[in-house]
Design a protein around this ligand. Structure first.
Ligand SMILES: Nc1ncnc2c1ncn2[C@@H]1O[C@H](COP(=O)(O)OP(=O)(O)OP(=O)(O)O)[C@@H](O)[C@H]1O
Length: 534
């Protein structure tokens, strides 16, 4: 065990490898980057270091004489420690790398370690840029080192390519350098159990470099989730490049992904970066990955594995540091079985899979999403104040199955906003024929799947539907009021805000439900009208 330069301010690293020569090489490389570091040759030595003090990151070889790098990862996890972890695996052992990422490693490197990549990955884990100059070859290079790729020992080539031009039809969304004012995570509206779980998974996976595959129907919010993963991680200030793989003509795929050099083909009048270079340091989101032709799948796999790209017409490869997120509405497992998707690429992309559920499975989120979407589209259209949905319109929305998911809700509200022209959007403005509505959608929810208005208090949050109550409310009266308000709203929504019917379904007279609504501040202008007419 040894200790190197200890500058009090430097970020501290623990490097674990049983090969003394490799430890020296990593140490020389990292000390030049300004890190303070300790080294250890075994799991036991590493644990002794970790018990003495915290580190910013731990870099460990997978195979150690008295155990595995995974033992360290599991120990750190069990202790709730904050260290970022990087794992070094033997070349070609994809299973190990995947296992390490699943165990919480930030990233992995394969042997023989490319030192330039090594510096980049360590810097990326710690949210820094690597030092400008590449480390020189160690003056007394240890003799027993594994062969290093030549590129690892040369200063990094200066950036020669011009900045990427935005290709709107392919690269969707924000201008590349824009910093969103509202994070994607906060734009992801909804309080259903499914969305709460998704939100906590987003926060978890955003801490690592592990590839994430988002699976879900069209329009469910996969791209928004991908942006939320990017926004919540250390790459938030770098670019998020979203690519619709299905929208690129097959013959242009390679040039679009990897860039090209001037003269590489007719019309290549200048050097141009590809998506990988544009996303360097940040995140590359590959939407509709299932639409990528097989030949391109092989090239993509190679770039992901080697972390290098070779622009069309270039001789040399350039290293890139990109986090890959991908999405599909297809069942990629079935695509693999049918021979249309490479199994090894599927394996690479699918380290973590997140399912974004269709809107009909979380219909209780519709009021909140509708409110959020209306705010956004009204602001875009310069409409103020933001129109509100009448209770009847809301009730109608929660009886519709939304085959086109949130995107369909958005389009419907766009149209309704234009049609209503006032401060209220009514059921008629939505243009949803009665034949398409289904009462069982909201009514079919179990009592655990609360319908919950924005700002409401979740019964589930306090009492967890699948476990016994474990937390006592601190204000019983308020808690019971919240429960009652929630039940009233659900009954009113189910009965299209007809108070007589809603009251009857709860064993209350019209007078009683009126009294309770007034006491709890539940208003339903529309309901009053329909009751008065009755
Ligand atoms: N929970 C949500 N809250 C607010 N807006 C949402 C939510 N989910 C999706 N949206 C909005 O709905 C629209 C469609 O979402 P998005 O493009 O992310 O879906 P997608 O699954 O990637 O679609 P596709 O598969 O067609 O590419 C976007 O404008 C997005 O901002």
């Amino acid at each position: 065990m040894s200790s190197a330069s200890s500058d009090g301010m430097a970020l501290s690293l623990l490097v674990v490898d049983d090969e003394p020569d490799l430890r020296t090489l990593y140490e020389l490389t990292l000390v030049r980057e300004g890190y303070a570091l300790d080294t250890a040759g075994s799991v036991q030595e590493a644990l002794a270091c970790l018990q003495r003090r915290p580190y910013s990151a731990v870099i460990t070889d997978m195979r150690l004489p008295d155990g595995s790098g995974l033992d360290l990862l599991h120990w750190l996890e069990s202790q709730g420690r904050d260290e970022k972890t990087l794992v070094i695996t033997a070349y070609g052992s994809a299973e190990n790398a995947v296992e390490a990422l699943k165990a919480g490693a930030y990233d992995y490197l394969t042997k023989p370690v490319d030192l330039r990549q090594f510096r980049q990955v360590v810097a990326s884990a710690l949210g820094r840029q690597p030092q400008k100059l590449a480390p020189a070859v160690p003056a007394v290079a240890p003799t027993k080192l594994p062969p290093l790729p030549q590129s690892a020992l040369q200063p990094q080539a200066p950036q020669q390519l011009p900045p990427v031009k935005e290709r709107q039809q392919l690269v969707k969304g924000l201008p590349l350098a824009a910093v969103p004012t509202l994070t994607a995570l906060s734009r992801l509206a909804g309080k259903s159990a499914a969305i709460q779980e998704l939100r906590s998974l987003i926060e978890k996976v955003s801490r690592s470099m592990a590839p994430v595959l988002l699976q879900g129907e069209s329009g469910t919010g996969k791209e928004l989730v991908a942006r939320a993963i990017h926004d919540s991680g250390v790459r938030a200030r770098q670019r998020f490049v979203a690519v619709n793989c299905g929208a690129i003509p097959e013959q242009l795929l390679e040039a679009e992904f990897f860039g090209y050099r001037k003269g590489a083909f007719t019309g290549a009048n200048e050097d141009r970066e590809g998506f990988f270079q544009a996303a360097d340091g940040g995140t590359l989101f590959l939407d509709e990955i299932g639409d990528l032709p097989l030949a391109m799948q092989s090239k993509l796999l190679r770039s992901i594995q080697e972390r290098t790209v070779r622009p069309v017409g270039a001789v040399a490869e350039a290293s890139v540091n990109v986090r890959i997120l991908s999405a599909t509405h297809k069942d990629l497992g079935a695509e693999v079985a049918a021979g249309r998707f490479r199994q090894d690429l599927f394996y690479r992309l699918n380290v973590i899979q997140l399912r974004v559920p269709p809107l009909r499975e979380r219909i209780e989120d519709v009021p909140m999403i509708a409110e959020r979407v209306l705010e956004r589209i009204a602001a875009d259209a310069g409409v103020s104040p933001v129109p509100q949905l009448t209770p009847a319109a809301l009730a109608q929305l929660t009886r519709y199955g939304f085959p086109g998911n949130v995107r369909e809700l958005e389009n419907l509200l766009h149209r309704a906003l234009a049609l209503s022209g006032g401060e209220w959007i009514d059921a008629d403005d939505l243009g949803l024929p009665e034949s398409l509505l289904d009462d069982s959608l909201l009514g079919g929810l179990s009592s655990a799947d609360d319908f919950e208005p924005e700002g409401g208090v979740s019964i589930k949050n306090s009492f967890g539907h699948d476990k016994a109550p474990n937390e006592l409310p601190t204000d019983l009266a308020r808690f019971l009021d919240d429960v009652e308000r929630d039940i009233l709203l659900r009954a009113l929504t189910q009965h299209r805000f007809n108070r007589t019917a809603a009251g009857a379904s709860l064993g209350l007279s019209l007078r009683q439900i009126r009294y309770r609504m007034a006491r709890l501040g539940v208003t339903a202008d529309e309901a009053e009208q329909s009751d008065d007419q009755a």
